[in-house]
Design a protein around this ligand. Sequence first.
Ligand code: PLP
Length: 422
Amino acid sequence: MDTKEKYARYVNTAFMSKVQPVVFEKGKGSKVYDEEGKEYIDCFAGIAVTNAGHANPDIAEAAKSQIDKFFHCCSYYYYVKIVADLAEKLASITPGRLQKTFFGNGGAEAIEGALRLAKQYTDGYEFIALHASFHGRSLATLSITGNATRKRGGGPYMPGVAFMPPPYCYRCFFELEYPSCGLKCARFLEETISFSTSGAVAAFIAEPVMGEGGIIVPPEGYFEKIKEICDKHGILFIADEVQSGFGRTGKMLAIEYWDVEPDIMVMAKGLAGGFPLSAFIARSEIADSFKPGDHLSTFGGNPISCAAGLANIEFLEKNHLSEQAAEKGAYLMDKLNALARKHTIIGDVRGKGLMVGMELVEDRSTKEPSSSGGSIQAECLEAGILMGVGGIYGNVLRVQPPLVIEKEELDTVVDCLDRVLP
Ligand code: PLP
């Protein structure tokens, strides 16, 4: 039985939505190789995870040396040095007074912890999230996810969640234009608090750049306005950096593009270069509202993952990969904008750094979403390029490669898109 047959028989493939018929065996840098040895340029990085490149030797070395010490230790009773070292590093690279980290394994788990911490600190019990957001697949994280496609079959969801329109300028829910809109989508937080909650709001949560929703970049001033309103009402601002973090957008953390300090920040995906690790970090007085024994994850802060995480961040810093992402992203966006002048299916090109989306439409004036995303993705695969597809209408091509990708490889990607786009 080959791998695909074993999957069909033994793997619950609920996590696979549009299966691509390829079995991967290994990777190096920005490339991955299938079992027949065919090479692919990876423009998705395992959903924005392998920012420092596949099989990064520095990360591998750090993980291997930790493996030789031990794989796991009981975090309930004992201290482990590498956990403290990574937590210290996270405090130094995250904005403002964010200082104390709780470690988990995956994004959803860390978001859950952040929600619980916000409740404990504020005594509030409600949350405000955005339409088109995505925060994970557990019950609480689906409850704050603003997308029916992801939530189907999982309800009823957690009460006490209010949603408000996202900062999606290309499809503004208020049908306004920036900047004459006066940031209506941010100001609407006031109305949401007044009319969609009981006033006991613990936190507002948002992705600094919305990933699964279709690489949606909020306009300038958005988060400053949001934070101002949050502060006025004693509501915490949780930044979900699970997808946008670790150099991806051209900054170590995407929220650095705005002049705000989140109260809690959640990280995962790119944190440990492919090893399972997540974290939420908060100011000391917020973190300390958890009392000893309040929260625990058996595998959270796994020493191998923490060693990988520390090596990953050091690699990103040493090689200036945030700056590289900013520069290569600008280069790519120029080229994609040039493609947009040729291919009318491209309705919008947007992004920050190497978190880039290209929204496909049937018609530029009506903006009717195109259904060609999947077939374009399949043609790219055939040509040796892995491409992501997302967005609330499934019509956004996502280019989120390892940040070590070379400009010549980006040229190859653009040439391929030029060939396959109608
Ligand atoms: N938050 C955001 C912004 C995400 O993009 C994701 C995953 O795509 C999650 C949370 C959930 O992370 P995980 O799949 O590790 O649970």
